[in-house]
Structures are given as structure tokens and as C-alpha cells.
Design a protein. Structure first.
Length: 169
């Protein structure tokens, strides 16, 4: 009888210890979220500034897989409204696809322009007024063949900065 009682106590003790060790297992913690990805594309000046980097375009991935695309421009004229074009293709062989056109008022210092915020898709304007929606999560954005062009002003034909984006790089 003592032998059966000791066997039962041993089984109960082993069960309790097994449950305790399982409850303390640190592998049950959720994995750390992946760090956000970002990619930077350079913009160069034109004319005498053609060899100089005067800005950049950054694609930043958010936790929900949407992206933000921002322009940082170091050269701009204070109180002048510059025209920013985000166009398909590359600047030597552009397409008629336009992702974004934005006015950016110069501040004479580092100018930050938000081109897209929290987007997963963008609407592309095409020739003859047609539009189409394309996916624009991080991998789509950095694979898109495009370029950014900043004009001196709304009515100017002089380019202030230009640079390829995505796979046009």
C-alpha cells in the first residue's frame, strides 16, 4: 500500500513540475516585429549643380505595410512655389504616367515635402486623362520605375533638382 501511495505522489509531483516548466517557457513570447525598411534615392541639381546631391526621396515602410514617401530638398528659393513632379520611367526616357504633382513653397533651408503618407495603393494619371490604381506597398514602391523632378517655379521650365526612383535608379 505504501508503494502504491508513493507511486501516486510521484506521478502527481511529475505532473505539477511539468506544468510549471511549461508555463515558464520563454519561447511563448511573440517574436519582435521586424524593423521598418526604408530606401533613399538621391536628387541632383542641374547645370553647375549637376554633380551635387541637393536632395533625396525616402520610402519608409510603416508597421501596417503602408508606405510614406518624402522629399527632402536642400536647395530651394525662399517664398517661391516650386513644382514637384513624380513621373513614371526615368528622367532620360519619361513616360506619361504621373503619380503625383505637388506645390512646395521654398523656405531657403531644408525643405521637407510629404508626397505620400500611409498608402498601399496610388492612382496613376495617364495620357488622355485615363487613370489606373497600382499597388504601392514597400516592395512595389522601390520596384517602381520613376523619377522626381523639381521645377524652379510653377511656370518655369528650369529644373532645380532631378533624380531617378525605384528600379530606374
Amino acid at each position: 500500500m505504501l508503494h502504491q501511495h508513493a507511486l501516486k505522489v510521484g506521478v502527481v509531483a511529475a505532473t505539477v513540475l511539468g506544468i510549471a516548466f511549461t508555463a515558464c517557457n520563454k519561447d511563448d513570447n511573440p517574436p519582435a516585429p521586424p524593423s521598418p525598411r526604408n530606401t533613399v534615392f538621391e536628387l541632383r541639381g542641374t547645370g553647375t549643380d549637376a554633380a551635387r546631391v541637393i536632395g533625396n526621396i525616402t520610402v519608409y515602410e510603416n508597421a501596417d505595410s503602408s508606405v510614406n514617401v518624402t522629399l527632402a530638398l536642400g536647395k530651394n528659393k525662399k517664398d517661391t512655389v516650386h513644382q514637384v513632379y513624380f513621373i513614371g520611367g526615368n528622367y532620360t526616357t519619361p513616360t506619361t504616367d504621373t503619380l503625383k504633382t505637388v506645390d512646395a513653397k521654398g523656405n531657403g533651408g531644408m525643405l521637407m515635402v510629404e508626397l505620400f503618407k500611409d498608402v498601399k495603393k496610388v492612382t496613376v494619371r495617364q495620357a488622355a486623362g485615363a487613370t489606373k490604381e497600382i499597388p504601392f506597398k514597400y516592395d512595389d514602391a522601390v520596384a517602381y520605375a520613376g523619377y522626381l523632378k523639381v521645377m524652379h517655379s510653377r511656370f518655369s521650365t528650369d529644373t532645380l533638382a532631378i533624380g531617378n526612383f525605384g528600379k530606374s535608379k
